[in-house]
Design a protein around this ligand. Structure first.
Ligand code: ADP
Ligand code: GLC
Length: 483
């Protein structure tokens, strides 16, 4: 099969979250099955800097750009996967992130940027870019590529389309005036297309028009069909339920494995755990905490936003820090939580906080902590709990989305008890989180059972293999039906 994978971020080019991990590792996994998979991204400044082998292969005249838009071709660094970068310097060659400036504000021309990206992807998909390559299927991801299935649906001869929802909370909502300014076909302004309560919704382009919809875990696929998680899109998602499935994300174990990880203090594995204690000491030093191998150390890495339950963590800090326990938090996000954590770190000797993005520290937390905290209010898949399992850093998670699908609670009865890999709680409340943490800390006291659970967690296999096979089966279906 020939697959064009459209995404707004991919490692090692540019990353704001898990979508970059997925886009950097799923396409190589698909290619290993012998398929021709090519990635397409905007030519951000960071992406241009990371590639050394780019060649201009086409120049496109597109609505939304007065200058011709170049298509650059190369390879995703470190892989054999083909890469197209959509080069419109006015839209993409600027400092800052893919969606926002360095001060965290969304680029005001995001609708123009991602409409132009979608139009370029469509040109590639229809072989209008002189690449002499016509994909059988285009796989789009999140709102930034949501217009692609909508625009392709207007074409008589088009490739099949798959749209993956990595996070329904981000929808790309803009005004009716923006819709007009983008010069999109008026047919797309309808309740059955892009219109959403008087606004234009980029994500609806994917949800309404893609041949197949996926989310990144089976539980999230069910959750988004309910009012609690559906943001008013649950009606449409229920209508499309027959083509909606959940496929769990995988882990790139060439990056996330304590036996080979280049960013940690000392390697270790399920058969030789000795090195984990050295990582714990290194982590305590890194965060300026007292070095103590016996005190339970809890780690947290992620965006400091309510999705991740950071408000719950802030609410239990005073109670939690009364116990003999240490906590390290790495992340950035909503200013009020950054401030609350900074303030608390001055107050509690056992609390270490780093506000910012730090790849090395993220790996060290996975390797050095005893427990990994992820009390998310919702979590489409979540990658850090999967990394934590491999590092023997037992996850403490809320039973939602991908967390529910990947962590087995130590309090499970029957068969579950023998398969426990972490600690799971239900209510999104400080009380429920605190009770779960106390339960986890009580388990920490029983050394043998704890070590058994660590080893079991480390043996879990969430490699891309199985997920890639599920995507391939889905692609085949979609292509067959589109033929
Ligand atoms: P989401 O995509 O919702 O943010 P995921 O768990 O899917 O959540 O992926 C988050 C990814 O970003 C992980 O690879 C995680 O290690 C990384 N990450 C998040 N925040 C930071 C940070 N402050 N420093 C380093 N890595 C981070
Ligand atoms: C989103 C979700 C996260 C998921 C990631 C990759 O950012 O919030 O749960 O793991 O996408 O699919």
């Amino acid at each position: 099969m020939k697959i064009l994978f459209a995404t707004s971020e991919a490692l090692p080019l540019i990353k704001t979250g898990g979508l970059a991990d997925v886009s950097g590792s799923l396409p190589p996994a698909l290619q290993q099955h012998g398929h021709d998979v090519r990635l397409v991204l905007p030519a951000y400044r960071a992406a241009l800097a990371a590639c050394t082998d780019l060649q201009a292969v086409a120049s496109l005249e597109l609505t939304g750009s007065t200058a011709p838009v170049r298509v650059l071709e190369g390879r995703l660094p470190g892989t054999q996967v083909g890469l197209y970068l959509i080069d419109s310097p006015r839209h993409f060659d600027r400092p800052g992130g893919p969606y926002s400036s360095t001060d965290g504000r969304d680029w005001p021309d995001n609708p123009e940027r991602f409409a132009l990206f979608a139009r370029a992807v469509c040109a590639l998909a229809l072989d209008q870019a002189n690449t002499a390559w016509r994909p059988d299927l285009v796989h789009c991801n999140d709102w930034q590529s949501g217009l692609v299935p909508a625009l392709l649906s207007l074409q008589p001869q088009r490739p099949a389309t798959v749209f993956t929802i990595h996070n329904l909370a981000y929808q790309g909502l803009f005004s009716w005036e923006t819709f007009q300014r983008l010069e999109l076909p008026y047919d797309l302004w309808s309740l059955h297309a892009l219109e959403y309560h008087g606004q234009m919704s980029f994500i609806k382009g994917g949800l309404a028009f893609a041949d197949r919809l996926t989310t990144v875990s089976p539980t999230y696929a069910q959750e988004i069909c309910t009012p609690e998680f559906g943001y008013g899109l649950e009606g449409l998602l229920n209508y499309r339920a027959a083509v909606l499935t959940g496929i769990l994300n995988g882990v790139d174990y060439s990056v996330w494995d304590p036996a080979t990880d280049a960013l940690i203090a000392r390697h270790y594995s399920a058969t030789d755990l000795a090195g984990k204690a050295d990582n714990k000491a290194a982590l305590q030093r890194h965060f300026g905490l007292p070095e103590d191998r016996n005190v339970p150390l809890i780690g947290m890495v992620g965006r400091l936003v309510e999705q991740k339950g950071i408000d719950l963590v802030v609410a239990v800090l005073a109670r939690l820090m009364r116990n003999a326990v240490q906590l390290v938090v790495l992340g950035s996000g909503q200013p009020q939580y950054e401030q609350a954590l900074r303030g608390a770190a001055d107050h509690y000797a056992g609390l270490g906080v780093v506000i910012g993005y730090d790849e090395t520290a993220a790996h060290l937390i996975e390797a050095g902590a005893d427990l990994f905290l992820m009390p998310s209010r919702f979590e489409p898949c979540g990658l850090n709990q999967l990394y934590s399992l491999r590092y023997g850093t037992l996850p403490v998670v809320r039973r939602t989305g991908g967390l529910a699908d990947t962590v087995v609670d130590a309090g499970s009865s029957g068969r579950g008890a023998a398969q426990a890999t972490g600690f799971v709680f239900d209510q999104a409340s400080p009380e429920a989180l605190h009770t779960c943490l106390r339960r986890a800390l009580a388990h920490y006291g029983s050394a043998d059972a704890w070590t058994r659970m660590i080893k079991r967690a480390m043996r879990q296999d969430f490699s891309w293999q199985r997920s890639a096979e599920q995507y391939l089966a889905l692609y085949r279906d979609a292509i067959e039906q589109n033929a």
